[in-house]
Design a protein around this ligand. Structure first.
Ligand code: ATP
Ligand code: MG
Length: 280
């Protein structure tokens, strides 16, 4: 079959809150879009979505409408900065609270509808190890852990890695150190995480790079813009660009892994399937 189109799916996650997952998800999406890729960014923080707030966007439709059967996934796509498309949540709706794995699977399966419309899907998750974090993360092809050089961040990230490995057999994790004061500090945080996983032969950690603590990120967030767009010459944006360059070279998925997964239609090379599956 010649019309196969593989989408790169990257989950941005981490054990601890506030390490910069959403900041990375937004800026990486913008950087990849500016390099010519068609990018969709999903706010996978179902309970407390915030990408709408971070980018000052009021979407007409949100994941709550999808869950209530009021629209298809395609109808949720909302234009964001630099040509990215956003799928956003509604922080004031209760429709996305306390969902089960079947609901997450329904959301994930509904992405088959837009498979031909994008090259990269970035999934920003909540922190910790609740079921939405675990389901969205295991459904992605690449898992990026965002950590800071703080004991709680490193330990909680290790706990999340263990859970994903023990329960879902996820073995490969990419790591980005954020809010560092030097490249050495970023590597230091990664090495501490590596030491914790030393006894888990199955787990493989790959260091992607570090993002510096930068006031440009703070200024951009006050303007509710992506730093990569608002301050392209900042230290943060330069390092982000280097990371985006590496990300664009990561291999694409080729075969299904036998569990909940984004864009399975393209992986099993089945005839095109369109339409949102029943969610409730
Ligand atoms: N490299 C950086 N330099 C300066 N500030 C940063 C940097 N990265 C993130 N921040 C700031 O840290 C705060 C938390 O970032 P962000 O919301 O991206 O974290 P998060 O991991 O998504 O949090 P949550 O777990 O609550 O979803 C924000 O105010 C953001 O502007
Ligand atoms: Mg966040």
């Amino acid at each position: 079959m010649t019309n196969r189109h593989c989408v790169q799916v990257i989950a941005i996650t981490g054990g601890k809150g506030g390490t910069g997952k959403s900041t990375l998800a937004i800026n990486l999406s913008v950087a990849l879009a500016m390099s010519g890729q068609r990018v969709v960014l999903l706010d996978g923080n179902l309970e407390l979505p915030c990408i709408d707030t971070l980018l000052n966007i009021r979407p007409q439709r949100t994941l709550a409408d999808l869950l209530e059967g009021k629209c298809s996934l395609k109808e949720l796509l909302h234009p964001g900065p630099r040509g990215i498309n956003l799928i956003l949540g509604d922080p004031f709706s209760s429709a996305a609270l306390n969902l089960q794995t079947a609901h997450h699977a329904g959301i994930i399966n509904s992405f088959n509808e837009i498979q031909r419309d994008l090259d990269v899907l970035i999934v920003d998750t909540a922190s910790g190890a609740n079921s939405s974090v675990l389901n969205f993360t295991r459904a992605a092809h690449e898992v990026v852990m965002v950590l800071c050089n703080e004991p709680a961040s490193i330990l909680n990230t290790y706990a999340l890695i263990r859970t994903l490995n023990n329960h879902y057999n996820i073995r490969r994790f990419r790591v980005i150190s954020n809010r560092t004061y030097s490249p050495m500090e970023g590597l230091d945080a990664f090495n501490k995480l590596l030491a914790l996983t030393a006894n888990s032969a199955e787990v493989s950690l790959m260091y992607v790079g570090n993002l510096p603590e930068d006031l440009a990120v703070r200024y951009a967030s006050h303007k509710r813009r992506a730093a990569y767009d608002f301050s392209p010459r900042s230290k943060f944006s330069r390092e982000l660009e280097a990371i985006a360059c590496k990300v664009s070279k990561w291999p694409l998925p080729t075969t299904p892994r036998g569990h909940i997964e984004f864009f399975t239609d393209s992986l099993i090379m089945a005839p095109q399937h369109h339409g949102t599956k029943t969610l409730r």
